[in-house]
Write a protein that binds this ligand. Structure first.
Ligand code: ATP
Ligand code: MG
Length: 565
């Protein structure tokens, strides 16, 4: 039985990645003897929390290692000391494990700083790298444009000896930030901008999470990534399509250094999810400006936000399986993600009753009509008896939802109407007799009569228009329920000029006065339920307390709306 989505990894052992262009490449490599094993890596930069886009990469990289009995490393791509933080490192490890995966090696690009530095020296010695003394602005200016070739730096033809000396000066702190950098000497007229003498090392006087103050030069991604892959013996290095051109540089570096192992880079499309942001930089902005309740705000499609929202690891893996792995950029609808958790919870979540907008209903003839009736024994799941049962108490005073009563209504309204009959879920049929209202006309109390002998049967002459849920007003638990809708008002907030202005300020609705059936007092952090007729909800891991529960809406019972309408 699902006991919530807590911190438990539920394992991804039984699954298999559906065939895709990358498994085709691997199959061919193994069959034709280019490789005899599969080694992948997941290489996040520890500058934020992981999001649903990373889940796609995690499921693929760790999934390939699982399916081909290979290995997958978790590698922190920590070449930029200024933006990185231990909080991010810890959250990334927790999220990967929560998704059900375990790495073979835990690596840091910074583990290879010594080796990276000596490979840079190898390039210098071959006349394939030089120390440039142009300023960063000048370098940009000299680089040219897509239609215009770049110009060579006046420092491009320094001698090997001079370059070695200057690189040592950089490394030993004798050169200030921005006064020099190391560039690969490739081709300033290349149609690929990344090949126009890319910067491969720069000076940064910053303390590094792992290496402290040992270094004041740091390698650039394009130089460090391919070499780190080679050092780890990665066979298939998977990244996203925007690195397609950079593959030329990836191969160029490995072609010109003495390392033996030869990884290959393959690019797949990024996951873009409608009404969501998958950029750590933008997510960070939402967090910093307190537009959301931290990185784990349930409206965010970060892994920690989805977990707090009530998503299970299996539902996220299933989503990644369904979207597949291709080279076509597209946008996936939020409903595709929601369908995965809805199917999971429909199968696994116990049922409960919760009245979100309670109004009191008094059964005037309770003792006469229901005198001998004991507690109702009701199943926790309609199709899974193994999930057990629980007791519900009918009583003279109940709460029902304000939306389930009208003084008058036509026959299309299948709920309670004055003079009409409905069935209380699992209980008897009641007939509404009258109601009280306050000055504004809001119904404050409904009076009803129970139909004798109507539990589990319908006596002659009676007909319930529908079934409504309820809780016992005396024994129920009071709590908070948070309803969510999309955080953004537009489908592609990432493309908006000012994405912060697309945040929907009404995307969180807090109901402080929900009435919950008594058994929910046993619910534990992260545990999920179907609140009958309302949706799937889970116990909020951040704010819920014993005696003062807080539930988050995970997803509605059915796909109800397009976008944010
Ligand atoms: P961000 O903009 O969020 O920082 P990133 O690509 O810079 O994204 P990294 O931490 O460098 O983030 O990414 C780690 C791995 O996850 C990389 O291999 C990257 O290609 C992959 N990845 C990141 N975002 C997505 C996405 N939306 N879809 C698929 N893979 C992704
Ligand atoms: Mg990045």
């Amino acid at each position: 039985m699902t006991s919530g989505n807590g911190d438990r990894a539920d394992g991804a052992g039984a699954e298999r990645i559906p065939r895709n262009f990358i498994t085709d490449i691997i199959d061919a490599d193994l069959k034709e003897g280019r490789e005899d094993h599969v080694a992948t890596r997941f290489p996040p930069e520890p500058n934020g929390y992981l999001h649903i886009g990373h889940a796609k990469s995690i499921c693929l990289n760790f999934g390939l290692a699982r399916d081909y009995q290979g290995t997958c490393n978790l590698r922190f791509d920590d070449t930029n000391p200024v933006k990185e933080d231990a909080e991010y490192v810890n959250s990334i490890m927790a999220d990967v494990r929560w998704l059900g995966f375990e790495w073979q090696g835990l690596k840091h690009t910074s583990d290879y700083f010594d080796q990276l530095c000596s490979y840079a020296v190898e390039l210098i010695e071959q006349g394939l790298a030089y120390v440039d003394s142009l300023s960063p602005d000048e370098i940009r200016d000299y680089r040219g444009t897509l239609t215009e070739p770049g110009r060579e730096s006046p420092y491009r033809n320094r001698s090997v000896a001079e370059n070695l000396k200057l690189f040592t000066d950089m490394k030993e702190g004798r050169i200030k930030e921005g006064e020099a950098c190391l560039r690969a000497r490739i081709d300033m007229a290349s149609p690929f901008m990344c090949m126009r003498d890319p910067v491969i090392y720069r000076v940064r006087f910053a303390t590094h999470e792992q290496t402290g103050d040992k270094w004041c030069i740091y390698p650039m991604y394009d130089f460090a990534h391919c070499i780190s892959d080679a050092i780890e013996g990665i066979t298939h290095s998977i990244c996203t399509l925007e690195f397609q051109d950079n593959r030329r540089l990836y191969d160029w570096v490995l072609d010109h250094i003495s390392i033996k192992s030869r990884p290959h880079q393959y690019e797949m499309s990024r996951l873009n999810l409608a009404y969501s942001i998958t950029s750590k930089r933008k997510l960070n902005e939402l967090v910093e400006r307190k537009l959301v309740d931290g990185w784990d705000d349930p409206r965010l499609t970060t892994i920690s936000g989805l977990r707090r929202r009530g998503y299970t690891p299996a539902s996220i893996r299933e989503f990644c399986r369904r979207i597949g792995v291709t080279k076509q950029d597209n946008v996936v609808e939020m409903s595709a993600l929601e369908a995965c958790i809805r199917e999971d919870l429909n199968q696994n979540a116990p049922r409960a009753m919760a009245v979100l907008h309670p109004v009191k209903l008094v059964i005037d003839n309770y003792s006469a009509a229901l005198a001998g009736v004991g507690p109702l024994e009701v199943p926790n799941h309609p199709d899974r008896p193994e999930l057990g049962s629980r007791r519900l108490d009918l009583g003279p005073e109940l709460y029902i939802d304000a939306a389930d009563f009208r003084e008058e209504a036509d026959k299309h309204y299948k709920r309670l109407v004055t003079g009409g009959e409905v069935r209380l879920r699992y209980g008897c049929i009641i007939k509404a007799v009258s109601c009280h209202k306050d000055e504004s006309g809001t119904v404050t109390e409904i009076h009803a009569e129970a139909v004798p002998d109507s539990i589990g049967q319908t006596p002659e002459g009676h007909k319930a228009r529908g079934v409504i849920h309820w809780v016992n007003a005396q024994s129920c638990l009071r709590g908070t329920v948070k309803l969510y809708r999309n955080l953004f008002t537009v489908p592609n907030p990432g493309a908006a000029e000012d994405f912060l202005s697309t945040v929907d300020t009404l995307s969180l609705e807090t109901l402080d006065n929900a009435a919950l059936e008594q058994s929910l007092s046993q619910a534990v952090s992260g545990q999920s339920f179907q609140f009958e007729r309302e949706g799937y909800f889970c116990v909020d891991s951040k704010y819920s307390k014993v005696g003062a529960p807080v539930f988050n809406l995970t997803v509605a019972l059915r796909e109800t709306r397009k976008g944010n309408a």
